[in-house]
Design a protein around this ligand. Structure first.
Ligand code: SF4
Ligand code: SF4
Length: 397
């Protein structure tokens, strides 16, 4: 399938705009196609990065934003290693994804975060300060006998604020998903009828969704199998797919533990903040997930600092902000846990708790406007990719 369903309108400013999102100068690219031949994930019905670069060179904005291929790239950097013109196609793909996140976002916040490092940093700091001051304004006593965190910051306040943040994030995320889905489905010729019109169509859609979400996104199948040609040179604990998987599973585990803790309070099983032993299932889940997250994010930061692959050598301020928020959330969570189990409750536990809640709220609120957004756009792109594969299967049999 091609992007044939998308009207061609030349945007002469597209390339300059992409450079504001971190794209290098790909004007040297002469479309030789070596990068596409080298890319372990490029395939017949989803060729990149050469085609995407070509869109940028000739100003085909709509075609670029309608490309599911933007999201199938895992930033391994092999295309950049093989490019004879040093056009850095891997950097370009990363910049094009940032550009797509900003284009699918209707608020303009993602564009501000990505294109203005100073403004992005100011927004991040002000948001954290806002949440911290807002929570502190309602604070209760700092009990000296035990670390009564939810007396200090009432859990009703945290829950209500969390629900409002989730509602905002859901609306922003939904708007982005619908914008992307509309663009890609138009380019791919996917209609509501081809997805939902009858049992065969529904079965195809289900198989594609399973492949996109369970097999590839959660199971990291292609990342593991095809996108780590240097894996043999790395110890298992430094493999990129494992680091990415631990980060993702760690975050999902912490989210599940938070929701479960809230759920236990709703059903009257356990009030939030009731002291529990380390082995208590929800606490255990949070601890293990937190360890996975902190390890994964620490390795992601170290890999970026040392430029472990060519694609990681040009990080933007927004990339660092996202990793910093994740890392601070994970590490401050462990500091709170340490404080909870110390024999003498430390006063710093209350301040770390306030800081942790503020940064976690900010992290969730900014999710649709930062790199975090790839967690929703990539599975959707993989769904369209799998849909084409599933639809072609009967013809091959
Ligand atoms: S980015 Fe490099 S390898 Fe890819 S088509 Fe252009 S010149 Fe060739
Ligand atoms: S960075 Fe890797 S996955 Fe992405 S286009 Fe280049 S070779 Fe392909």
């Amino acid at each position: 399938m091609t992007a044939a369903g998308v009207p061609i309108q030349v945007d002469s400013g597209l390339f300059a705009d992409l450079q504001r999102f971190g794209a290098g100068d790909v004007s040297a690219c002469f479309s030789c196609g070596v990068c596409t031949a080298t890319c372990p994930l490029s395939e017949n019905d989803a060729t990149f990065p050469r085609r995407i670069i070509r869109y940028a060179q000739v100003g085909m904005r709509e075609q670029l934003l309608s490309s599911k291929e933007l999201w199938t790239c895992y930033s391994c950097g092999e295309c950049s290693d093989s490019c004879p013109m040093e056009a850095e196609p891997a950097d370009f793909m990363a910049a094009a994804r940032r550009y797509a996140i900003a284009s699918y976002d209707h608020t303009g916040l993602a564009r501000a975060m990505y294109t203005s490092p100073i403004l992005g940093t100011v927004i991040a700091v002000l948001l954290a300060a806002f949440f911290a001051l807002f929570m502190y304004a309602e604070h209760g006593p700092m009990s000296a006998g035990s670390l009564a965190l939810f007396e200090f910051i009432p859990n009703e306040l945290i829950h209500t604020t969390g629900l409002i943040v989730m509602a905002v994030v859901s609306l922003a995320g939904l708007a982005g998903i619908l914008t992307m889905a509309w663009r890609v489905s138009r380019a791919e010729g996917v209609t509501r009828r081809s997805l939902l019109g009858g049992r065969a169509a529904l079965a195809r859609a289900w198989r594609a969704a399973w492949s996109a979400v369970a097999t590839e996104s959660l199971g990291q199948s292609r990342f593991r199998a095809e996108c780590e040609t240097d894996a043999a040179a790395l110890p298992w604990f430094r493999r990129r797919w494992l680091i990415h998987a631990l980060t993702m599973w760690g975050f999902l585990g912490l989210l599940a533990a938070t929701v479960a803790d809230y759920g236990l309070e709703i059903i009257g099983w356990k009030a939030t903040g009731t002291p529990v032993p380390l082995w208590y299932p929800v606490r255990l889940l949070g601890t293990v997930a937190g360890m996975a997250l902190v390890y994964g994010v620490t390795m992601l930061i170290l890999d970026r600092m040392r430029g472990a692959t060519r694609a990681l050598r040009n990080s933007t301020a927004a990339d660092w902000t996202f990793l910093a928020l994740l890392w601070i959330t994970g590490v401050s969570g462990f500091a709170i846990e340490l404080g909870l189990y110390l024999p003498d409750p430390p006063v710093w536990g209350y301040w770390i708790f306030l800081f942790h809640v503020a940064v976690a709220m900010e992290l969730v609120l900014l999710a649709p406007f930062m790199k975090f957004a790839h967690a929703i756009y990539r599975p959707l792109a993989l769904f369209f990719l799998a849909l084409g594969r599933v639809a072609a299967e009967p013809a091959r049999q």
